[in-house]
Each structure stands twice: as structure tokens, then as C-alpha cells.
Design a protein around this ligand. Structure first.
Ligand SMILES: *Cc1c(COP(=O)(O)O)cnc(C)c1O
Length: 409
């Protein structure tokens, strides 16, 4: 597919923030893996809801409430199509992928986990896909197992397979690493878990913004993502689960909107997804997420992937041309995330100098401290590329890195 299939200048015009300056220079935003910027269409959709069609959902009998409810539920259908879910009832709106993972931990895994059981994750997980499992394991007397990765940042599939045991109650893996950019061979890993009838959750926070996703084709049991990394607003995310599983799971939080009937003697719960959406939801957030998905569909996720891939190759070569720079994460199949170190310069100093040059990158542990330990560092610098980034942005990054080396190297 040709790189020209995405008109980057037109995309850039869709993002109002990109016309702003940082430190007196045109902004170069290279931190989309942390949170992506928002196109005008997302802002307008939320504004339109609040100014023209706002009311609470699932309650009112008047026109505004019906409009809000039908738009809110319409986004559920849209999300289902976007990730290839069999049924919109499998789409649960949550605050972010962190909450989605916690929902699965508490509603699905907790009651199946006993002393001596195991949960398997990988060495490259985000804290969101480590800590909830660690807490459950501690409470149950279970073991958290960790599939190792090689120096390129790829999961060692044979080791992963060896760690699948009759005691494994869940496998939880990132689709794409937020630090190394590795696109994990999840189809293969899911198949290995399913052969053994082990449920598997995929953390798709970095999957959906970069790759086409079809949960039925993948064959996993749960897939979560977060709206704000998909050009949507903060405060909204999705956890998808197979309907029979969601049906059998107890509520995660409880209160209004998730019940069928309430009596002081006994309450019965609504069917999924409403059973898992207690209280007034993030209505505007969901509407914004729907607009973000329309936006992504309009560009075409395959065009996005192709654009980012071209940019990744350009940026990798440009960074490698800088002596004293080391890139972490050299997987064969990689998304547009570049973590790196400069010899003798602390990552926070890199971030600070780049900021002065109007270049926004991330420096720190990237919510993946065990992964930092795996590579023997406490922090890395990370540039993440998105649909609105250009070769110019990469050139500005490289110039700013040379400047950093002049100052610190
Ligand atoms: C960002 C991220 C998360 C957490 O996302 P939240 O929106 O903070 O819940 C989890 N996993 C990965 C791989 C991420 O990149």
C-alpha cells in the first residue's frame, strides 16, 4: 500500500492543537502513545451533544433523552463493528482500559482463582496489566507467571508455551507494547491458550490506534482499549467480552442503571452490557469515542498503519544515524513507538532539552518498571508517532537530539 494514501497535511488541519506553539516553536507532538490529540470532529460531536441533545440516558421518556440514548447506544454498535464483535451487548463502556482490566479481574478471574493457581502475563506489560493480577494472586495465594522476552523485545513463544499449565486460570497480554512497539503474535499466543481452554485477555490500548482488530478472528475472550489513545476523549474506554462469559459474570460495581428490579429482599441485575455500567455513564465521552471511530474509519486503519510504518522506518534510520543513541525494541513486527537512550544523558534531561525545542516526547518508566529492569535502566526516552506526524517532525527530533548531545554528551 502506498504511503500517499494518507493526506497528512489535511489530517493535520483536523487537529486544532497542532497549530499551537510550544516554547515559542511550532509544536512537534511525539507522545501519542501516552495520549493522542483530538480531531475537531470529536470536539464538535461532544459540543453538539451538550448544546443540542443532552439528557441522561436510559431514563427519560422525552425526546432529548431518547436522542441521547439512541446516540449513546449507537456508539456501542459502532464499537462492535470496529473491533469485529459478534454482538453489541458484548461492548461494555468503562473509564479506560485500566478499569476494563479491573472489571475482568474482579468479576471473572477472582472467583476462579485459588491457592496454587496461576495467571500468566509477559515481561513487557503496562502496570495496568500487572498490578490487578498481582493483587488478585496475593489475595488468593496464586502465582503470577511472566513470559520472558528477548533483547529485541519479542516474547519467547516456546517459553510462553512452557508456562501454560493446568493451573493457569488466565493469560493477559498486550497486543502492542507501549514501550518497545512490539506487535505481539497474539493470534498464535491466543491459539496456544485456547488449545488448553485457558481464557485470555488482550490489552489493546496500543492495538486499536495502529492496527485493524477483529476480536472474533483473534479468538480471545476479552479485549480492552482506551478512548484517549484512539483520538477520543479521556474518561472512556471499552472492555469487550464474549457474551456467555459476560452473562455468567457477577456485576463489578453496583447501583443505578445496572438493575432489573430492586426490592429490599432481593435485587436482580440487568443483562450485559448494562449489568456492568452502574451509575450515569460518561455520555459525552462515549459520543466523542464514536466520533473518533468515525474519524479513524474515514482515514482507514490500513492507511494509518501504512503511514505510520513508513514514518517508523524513516525515524528508525534517522535515530540510528546518531552516534551514542540506542533504540530499545527491535521486533520484526513493530508499531510506531521508538524508545531510546543517549549515552551519558539521563532521559529526563533529553525530555527537558527537547521541550525547549518545541518537541514533546515522554521520558520515564512508561508505566512499565519491570520492563525497564529487564533492560537494566530506570527510564527511557520515547518518541511515539501518529497519523499527524511527518518526516519534518522526525527531523526536528533529530536536530534536538544533536543539541542535547552538545549540551550533555
Ligand atoms: C496506556 C496504556 C494502558 C493504560 O491506559 P489507561 O487509559 O491509563 O487506562 C494500558 N496498557 C497499555 C499497553 C497502554 O499503552
Amino acid at each position: 500500500m502506498s504511503v500517499a494514501s494518507l493526506d497528512v497535511e489535511s489530517v493535520r488541519r483536523d487537529f486544532p492543537i497542532l497549530s499551537h506553539c510550544m516554547r515559542g516553536q511550532p509544536l512537534v507532538y511525539l507522545d501519542s502513545a501516552s495520549s493522542a490529540q483530538k480531531p475537531r470532529a470529536v470536539l464538535d460531536a461532544m459540543d453538539e451533544l451538550y448544546t443540542q441533545g443532552y439528557a441522561n440516558v436510559h431514563r427519560g421518556l422525552y425526546e432529548l433523552a431518547e436522542w441521547a440514548t439512541s446516540h449513546y447506544e449507537g456508539v456501542r454498535d459502532k464499537v462492535a463493528r470496529f473491533i469485529g464483535a459478534a454482538d453489541p451487548r458484548e461492548i461494555v463502556f468503562v473509564r479506560n482500559v485500566t478499569e476494563g482490566i479491573n472489571l475482568v479481574a474482579h468479576s471473572f478471574v477472582r472467583e476462579r482463582l485459588g491457592s496454587g493457581d496461576e495467571i500468566l502475563i509477559s515481561a513487557m506489560e503496562h502496570h495496568a496489566n500487572i498490578v490487578p493480577w498481582q493483587i488478585l494472586c496475593e489475595q488468593a495465594g496464586a502465582q503470577l507467571r511472566v513470559a520472558p522476552i528477548d533483547d529485541r523485545g519479542e516474547i519467547l513463544v516456546e517459553e510462553f508455551e512452557k508456562l501454560l499449565s493446568p493451573r493457569t486460570r488466565l493469560v493477559a497480554l498486550a497486543h502492542v507494547s507501549n514501550v518497545l512497539g512490539t506487535v505481539n503474535p497474539i493470534r498464535e499466543l491466543i491459539a496456544l491458550a485456547r488449545e488448553r481452554e485457558i481464557p485470555i485477555l488482550i490489552d489493546g490500548a496500543q492495538g486499536v490506534p495502529h492496527l485493524p482488530v477483529d476480536v472474533q478472528e483473534l479468538g480471545c475472550d476479552f479485549y480492552g482499549f482506551t478512548g484517549h489513545k484512539l483520538f477520543g476523549p479521556t474518561g472512556v474506554g471499552v472492555i469487550w467480552g464474549r457474551l456467555p462469559l459476560l452473562d455468567a459474570m457477577p456485576p463489578y460495581q453496583s447501583g443505578g442503571d445496572m438493575i432489573e428490579s430492586v426490592r429490599f429482599e432481593k435485587t436482580t441485575f440487568a443483562p450485559p452490557p448494562h449489568k456492568f455500567e452502574a451509575g450515569t455513564p460518561n455520555i459525552a465521552g462515549v459520543i466523542g469515542l464514536g466520533a473518533a471511530i468515525d474519524y479513524v474509519n474515514g482515514l482507514g486503519i490500513r492507511n494509518i498503519a501504512a503511514w505510520e510504518h513508513g514514518l517508523l522506518e524513516y525515524a528508525t534510520e534517522a535515530l540510528e544515524s546518531i552516534g551514542k543513541l540506542r533504540i530499545y525494541g527491535k521486533a520484526k513486527n513493530k508499531a510506531a513507538v521508538l524508545s531510546f537512550a543517549l549515552d551519558g544523558v539521563h532521559p529526563h534531561d533529553i525530555g527537558t532539552v527537547l521541550d525547549q525545542e518545541g518537541v514533546a516526547i515522554r521520558a520515564g518508566h512508561h508505566c512499565a518498571q519491570p520492563l525497564m529492569e529487564r533492560f537494566g535502566v530506570s527510564a527511557m526516552a520515547r518518541a511515539s508517532l501518529s497519523i499527524y506526524n511527518t518526516r519534518d517532525d522526525v527531523d526536528r527530533l533529530v536536530r534536538a537530539l544533536h543539541k542535547t548531545l552538545e549540551l550533555f554528551g
